[in-house]
Design a protein around this ligand. Structure first.
Ligand SMILES: [Ca+2]
Ligand SMILES: [Ca+2]
Ligand SMILES: [Ca+2]
Ligand SMILES: [Ca+2]
Length: 234
């Protein structure tokens, strides 16, 4: 769930993921958009727009982030994970970008962009985050968490995060569109959570925090948080 002004009317709007929603198909998932102001209880069946997962088991809405302007048009956009998507590889996962504006209900097949996970069981899109503009080009950028595996294939828990520069359009492979930030071998599931960290070193470049919930550095499955100072990675 996340909140930002997607339609540019000055009032924040609510985007809520329901990753097991069966509206389109079993566990296809969906995201529900409710334009603000929201002043009382309501049923999500009365949401202003619903974007459904494309096919059975996609788990669309496993993560959502709104607020970054990835296409640079001045409106906040949405990034939506579908971590069980199996387009060409089973459970490779995917992340969608949907441009802000007045949405109409339909399938996520109509998204602005779709970024496909890199290998079977990668489960890309378990987490997503808008990051702000890393390179000062006027387009906000995004990060997609990949729950498992190295770039060589599934190995049960390395995980990684991929930083993708905006704008994005059409369908592409996540690792070809972006820059891979790998966890260490001990850093189990480094892509479990990705989040904007603001600008913690005050160099003017937004930074990235990721969580590695099975990290063993401090003890078995003690977990760890990584902070990537993005201005120092270039
Ligand atoms: Ca609004
Ligand atoms: Ca936008
Ligand atoms: Ca940028
Ligand atoms: Ca920084």
């Amino acid at each position: 769930m996340d909140v930002a002004d997607l339609n540019g009317d000055g009032v924040d709007d609510l985007l809520l993921g329901a990753y097991q929603c069966p509206r389109a198909a079993t566990h296809a998932g969906a995201v529900f958009l409710v334009y603000g102001p929201i002043t009382s209880s309501m049923y999500l069946a009365d949401a202003d727009a619903v974007l459904e997962g494309e096919v059975e088991m996609d788990h669309a809405g496993s993560s959502v982030d709104v607020g970054s302007d990835i296409d640079g048009d001045g409106l906040a956009d949405a990034v939506i994970g579908a971590y069980y998507a199996s387009d060409e590889l089973d459970y490779a996962g995917a992340a969608y970008v949907v441009s802000g504006g007045e949405w109409t209900s339909g399938s996520l097949s109509g998204a602005t962009a779709k970024l496909l996970g890199p290998f079977a069981s990668a489960r890309a899109g378990f987490s997503v985050a808008g990051l702000g503009d890393l390179h000062g080009d006027g387009y906000d950028d995004l990060a997609v968490g990949v729950l498992s595996g190295t770039s060589d294939g599934f190995d049960g828990g390395w995980g990684m995060s991929v930083v993708v520069p905006g704008p994005v359009a059409g369908t592409s492979y996540l690792v070809e569109a972006g820059e891979v930030l790998l966890g260490s071998k001990e850093a189990g599931s480094q892509g479990h959570t990705v989040s904007s960290a603001g600008d913690v070193d005050a160099d003017g470049v937004p930074d990235l925090a990721t969580a590695s919930y099975q990290n063993d550095t401090g003890g078995t499955n003690a977990g760890a948080t990584y902070l990537f100072l993005m201005g120092q990675l270039d």
